[in-house]
Write a protein that binds this ligand. Structure first.
Ligand code: NDP
Ligand code: 8X3
Length: 252
């Protein structure tokens, strides 16, 4: 029987690429996000191209009641989730703390930390009951070090780093793997979101060097998922060659 992977934030970027790479490994998929049209077209494309089943679920991960309604009440065909990729997340703004925008902070904390917790709470309980499962959290190099003006985004990704280690302690005794992947600069919609639709600022981030692609990260996630059952690739940092830290990028 095919396994089931649930990928949050699959409407674009790393989540979308991960959905495609796991479809190639014959996983049936639950893909989530807020943009229904993108999830529906991804689901149709994947079903046509790879012959697996795909269930799009549209909800805002910040809304606990909506998360419970969608993830906590899955049809029995879909409720035995083998792999959870906690990927939905965002940076909003890049300001010094003293001019930070409270709404930006709340969006980041509510999505990157609380949203991840809401989904993990429900799915880890079912994995524990079944005595198997694998949760992969998409952290960031911003969770390993900090950079000027990164304040709250870095704090949320440090929280993901702490939660990944802590979840591993709580769940390994139940035969549930917990892993984290921490990418450096990946060219996705990330910077468009961070700069609130200012495409010039967003594209400047990736000028003068070769950033990672969403597919680069999806390939590493695929490798982590497909490792033998006794092997947990527990924490992986993936950087573009041109990057040495969040703020050190060799640009030509
Ligand atoms: P994208 O902006 O391309 O993708 C983000 C995804 O998260 C989208 O599918 C979006 O879906 C979803 N999402 C955001 N907010 C919500 C919400 N409130 N409810 C549900 N879904 C939400 O960026 P990336 O692919 O780059 O980002 C994926 C993850 O990778 C994030 O956690 C990010 O922090 C992390 N990361 C990214 C790096 C980069 O350089 N790009 C580097 C390191 C880590 P929708 O808008 O449809 O809701
Ligand atoms: C995204 C990478 O360096 O912009 O998490 O914070 S960075």
């Amino acid at each position: 029987m095919s396994k089931i992977a649930l990928i949050t934030g699959a409407s674009s970027g790393i989540g979308r690429a991960t959905a495609i790479s796991l479809a190639k490994e014959r996983f049936n998929l639950i893909v989530t996000g807020r943009r229904s049209h993108l999830l529906t077209s991804l689901a149709n494309d994947i079903e046509n191209d790879y012959g697996v089943r795909v269930l799009p679920l549209v909800f805002d991960i910040r809304d606990y009641n909506d998360v419970v309604d969608k993830i906590g009440k899955l049809d029995p065909d879909w409720s035995s989730i083998d792999v959870l990729i906690n990927n939905a997340g965002l940076a909003v703004g890049l300001n010094p703390l003293d001019s930070g925008v409270i709404d930006d902070w709340e969006r980041m904390i509510d999505t990157n930390v609380k949203g991840l917790l809401y989904v993990s709470r429900i799915i880890s309980e079912t994995m524990k009951k079944r005595g198997s499962g694998h949760i992969i959290n998409v952290g960031s190099i911003a969770g390993k070090s900090v950079y000027p003006n990164g304040n709250v985004y870095c704090a949320t990704k440090h929280a993901v780093d702490a939660l990944s280690k802590s979840m591993m302690m709580d769940l390994h005794i139940h035969n549930v793997k917990v892993s984290q992947i921490c990418p450096g600069a990946v060219e996705t919609e990330f910077s468009q979101v961070r700069f609130k639709g200012d495409n010039e600022k967003a594209s400047n981030v990736y000028k003068g060097f070769e950033p990672l692609t969403a597919e680069d990260i999806a390939e590493v996630i695929r490798y982590m998922v497909m490792a033998p059952s006794h092997v947990n690739i527990s924490d992986v940092v993936v950087m573009p060659l041109a990057q040495a830290s969040p703020s050190i990028i060799h640009k030509k």
